[in-house]
Design a protein around this ligand. Sequence first.
Ligand code: BG6
Length: 494
Amino acid sequence: MVEAIGHNEKSDRITAPCIMVIFGATGDLTKRKLFPALYNLAKSQHLTRDFAIVCVSRSEISNEAFREQISGDIKSFATTSVEEGIWNWFLERIYYISGDVKLPETYQKLKTLLTELDQKHATLGNYFFYLSTSPDYFGEIVKQLGSAGLMHEEGGAFRRVIIEKPFGHDLESARKLNTDISRVLDEKQIYRIDHYLGKETVQNILVFRFGNAIFEPIWNRRYIDHIQITAAETVGVEKRGGYYDTSGALRDMVPNHLLQLLSLTAMEPPISFEANAVRGEQAKVLQAISPIPHWVNDEVLAAYRTEPQVVPDSTTETFVALKLMIDNWRWAGVPFYIRTGKRMPKRVTEISIQFKQAPLLLFRNTPVERLRTNRLVIHIQPDEGISLRFGAKIPGPVMKVGAVEMDFNYSDYFGSTPSTGYERLLYDCMIGDATLFQRADMVEAGWQVIEPVLDVWKALPPRKFPNYPAGTWGPPEADELLKTDGHEWWKIEE
Ligand code: BG6
């Protein structure tokens, strides 16, 4: 049984009347995540009844045809049962317009429609724009929205923009994009999304650390030996070879998702849960990461070169293992090892906190080096929970110590709550809470961390690189990285 504490008024609040505009609406994200998430919000009665969605894309299709198409899609992608009444209510609020995002006429057409819908659905001039196009257009769309007068907040109405990843492809381009959009938008209108922050288990890192008094005193270099963060995927690049081959594992996963996990694990307690207080602490951690020396292992999976839209002699990495050090009082000397890869043996994302060894040999039959260290694992996905390993006496006349696990599993306590992971993020944008979105300085600090590696790769011609067969945990060099420090990657059960 779980007793709900801290049940705040926000969780019961209905979003403000508004219109959501999706650019790039015929892409995968809309049908796989956005519509199922909005549907879930409508079903759980968190969504205002004064609501509409305008979908913008290049394809010339009619409103009716679009509605028909998504009514089919929702059947495949909904995470809960689709109730006809709710879906029809939802469908009546969806509008489609075709247009090229580079042309001012598109925004004039959009503006006319928004004014009309504002009357029809009583949305009070509140709009938020979701940019789900190719990242090349992010700056352009914001500029055009500005020129069309659509970003101007007046009479208490809000105008916000959610920007998908990737936010730039290196530090310089991320800075430029920040500068460009800040010509039109105030920082409080910008919601840079990282879908990892929509995951319950990721949000739970904050609750675990700052909602409990027993962990914080040991959450530092005196007690923690090192931390390992793994984000392994069994999938390859699916149909995204075109994007991935210019991105690679490092850009795709590290400055965003993995550094979010790292900063939530390593940040200082914020003075409040107000957006800037939380993000300020996260940014400080990212800024304290010391520059990476040049012993990074970059990998290319042989089979990767046979994927569609990938050049046969591609040198794009599909696996990354990094050691990061945080130069601050809490973490000096504690390595953070992070690894991520495609085509690993198992899909698993977890943060493993390895505590220091017990100092003394007290048990005659168990040498101190055989006493396993305490390890706390935050299981992000697909298992969701927290486990703690500690030593226990093995029953019998002889004093022997064995390692046991104490497990908390989310679904045992809370049941399963199928969601897309986008519900909370969309909801937060509609109520104006940017805590789970990245601020400009965080995005830049993330790129700053991997910039030394990108610089080396740019300067040096492709060399012979370590490789790994599909379905393994990366190349031996990834193990070497830890071995030189006397550590090893925690063996994940397959
Ligand atoms: C995306 C990356 O941001 O995250 C993908 O572009 C990756 O390459 C995905 O597969 C992983 O997300 P999740 O939620 O499945 O862990």
